[in-house]
Write a protein that binds this ligand. Structure first.
Ligand code: COA
Length: 259
């Protein structure tokens, strides 16, 4: 039952995770965060997986952390809740395969933070983003002061976090929070299609490039450039790299084996 709070479907090499608590607009309570962590940890061991799409059931992506659960929290309980959220989102961020958030409704508070824990965000015209915690006398607890800053820059992050304002999909795209906007009915399928496209690439190269960008973003430029040089060199020791270049020169499609 708890697991069903986050539904898992497979579309070929792509996993579709659906936040599934629509009666509460998919608000994140402890059970849901644990279900997400379980799902993500299981996906981490899946050698056939090539991409993950995260979406929400019903009219929300996720409308935030569960206010009803949080209402009675002591500072200590709030700390544990924030740690749980970070653990789940860190695990999602650390998956070796690309992760795409498909946001077709409210992505508020923890919802916006969940989307930012994915590698990028696709939205429909119905998407609404915001960090409304200050309206409740609280602050973001699952990455709204950290990942959001890195994603859209500190000035826009401050405006969102400090005003609690809600923005539409077009504004979110303009400020770099959303990569692309698709018609609502097509959103999830377009995100899955992007995942399937990635599935045709060299999986070791995709994972390596993701890791280098992720780690490089938090390192200084000299260290980040060195990380890239080492990873570039390592890619030349893979059979996939040999196959990819041979296939290009022989004018045929490559057959990548993840070796
Ligand atoms: N936590 C717990 N329950 C939530 C929730 C949240 N973050 N967001 C929505 N819900 C619940 C509502 O309490 C309501 O439950 P009910 O039917 O038992 O009364 C149900 O989801 C539907 O929400 P409702 O507010 O009736 O829908 P709406 O269309 O009028 O408004 C929102 C939608 C998203 C604008 C509004 O629900 C909202 O502001 N949610 C909180 C957003 C927020 O502050 N998130 C950050 C939390 S730190």
């Amino acid at each position: 039952m708890e697991q069903e709070r986050v539904r898992l479907e497979r579309r070929g090499a792509v996993a579709l995770l659906t936040m599934n608590r629509p009666d509460a607009l998919n608000a994140l309570n402890s059970d849901t965060l644990r279900a997400l962590l379980d799902r993500v940890e299981a996906l981490g061991g899946d050698r056939e997986l090539r991409a993950v799409v995260v979406t929400g059931e019903g009219r929300a992506f996720v409308a935030g952390a569960d206010i009803a659960e949080m209402q009675g929290f002591s500072a200590e309980q709030a700390h544990a809740f924030s740690r749980l959220g970070h653990r789940a989102f860190d695990a999602l961020e650390a998956l070796p395969v690309p992760t795409i958030a498909a946001v077709g409704g409210f992505a508020l508070g923890g919802g916006c933070e969940l989307a930012c824990a994915c590698d990028w965000i696709y939205a429909s015209e119905k998407a609404r983003f915001g960090q409304p915690e200050v309206n409740l006398g609280a602050i973001p607890g699952f990455g709204g002061t950290t990942r959001l800053v890195r994603r859209i820059g500190i000035a826009w992050a401050k405006e969102l976090v400090l005003t609690g304002a809600r923005i539409d999909a077009e504004t979110a795209q303009r400020i770099g929070l959303v990569n692309r906007i698709f018609p609502h009915e097509e959103l999830v399928e377009r995100a899955v299609a992007a995942g399937l496209e990635i599935a045709g690439k060299g999986p070791l190269a995709v994972a390596s490039a993701k890791r280098v960008m992720q780690e490089g973003q938090d390192a200084d430029l000299r260290v980040a450039n060195a990380l890239e040089q080492n990873a570039f060199a390592r890619s030349f020791a893979t059979s996939d790299r040999a196959e990819g270049m041979a296939a290009f020169l022989e004018k045929r499609d490559p057959k990548f084996e993840g070796r």
